[in-house]
Design a protein around this ligand. Structure first.
Ligand code: VGL
Ligand code: ZN
Length: 224
């Protein structure tokens, strides 16, 4: 068996493999640590690897704590019929989360099991106090780009493989945004894990179909 070799036009994106999203963290995704060895191993075959880091200021709009004991007009959290805690913001509906990935804290660090020393770029996102950014390409207001598309294009990278967490949030939103910006986008399904709130997996799968995001298994990265 020969190892499949990504070309110099391919990049692997490793989304938000930070302590807070993995078991023991503030917004732990169950089984998230189980994908670390697979991500490390696939990453070693890519020339171009980009890591993203959720990187929020204290009091970020996506933290439910930010909105407790406050009655600002139009900014009161509400519960959806399925039981999701959300906030209506000027840019649309925003889910609310426990405080996580606060800039400079231990929870925001990459998980110590992530071993990709040759990663060439660490992109931080979610820095704006009043706008969340699930996607590594476009903030949740759908109009503020992060600059990643320009970086990739300028370097001749046209095809993107996605891994990391969470499948139904940052991985999914990033893959959809990438496809919308003209990149060929492929999610390596077994190298991601979902938060799995009501309907979130179904809705991201529909967005994948609509935008042409492919889903593969990491085993298919190895050609006979
Ligand atoms: C994420 C929820 C909040 C993610 C980030 O990385 O998918 N999810 N912030
Ligand atoms: Zn976040």
């Amino acid at each position: 068996m020969t190892a499949w070799s990504p070309t110099s036009n391919d990049a692997l994106l490793v989304i938000d493999m930070q302590r807070d999203f993995l078991p023991g963290g503030a917004l732990a995704i169950s089984g998230g640590d189980a994908i670390l060895p697979g991500i490390n191993s696939v990453a070693s075959r890519f020339q171009h690897v980009i890591l993203t880091q959720d990187w929020h200021p204290r009091g970020h709009i996506s933290f439910s704590s930010t909105h407790q004991n406050r009655i600002p007009s139009g900014q009161t959290p509400s519960l959806t019929p399925e039981g999701r805690l959300i906030l209506h913001t000027p840019y649309g509906v925003q889910e609310l989360w426990p405080d996580h990935c606060v800039q400079g804290t231990a929870g925001a660090e990459f998980h110590p099991g992530l071993a990709i020393p040759h990663a060439e770029l660490i992109l931080r996102k979610g820095l704006h106090p009043k706008i969340d950014s699930y996607s590594a390409f476009m903030e949740n207001d759908h109009q503020t780009p992060t600059g990643l598309a320009g970086y990739l294009r300028e370097r001749g990278i046209a095809r993107l493989f996605f891994s990391g967490v969470a499948y139904d949030f940052c991985v999914g939103f990033s893959a959809v945004a990438a496809a919308r910006s003209g990149f060929e986008s492929i999610v390596i399904e077994d190298l991601t894990r979902a938060i799995d709130l009501p309907n979130t997996v179904r809705s991201i799968n529909a967005a994948f179909t609509e935008t042409g995001v492919a889903r593969i298994h990491s085993a298919s990265l190895v050609l006979a």
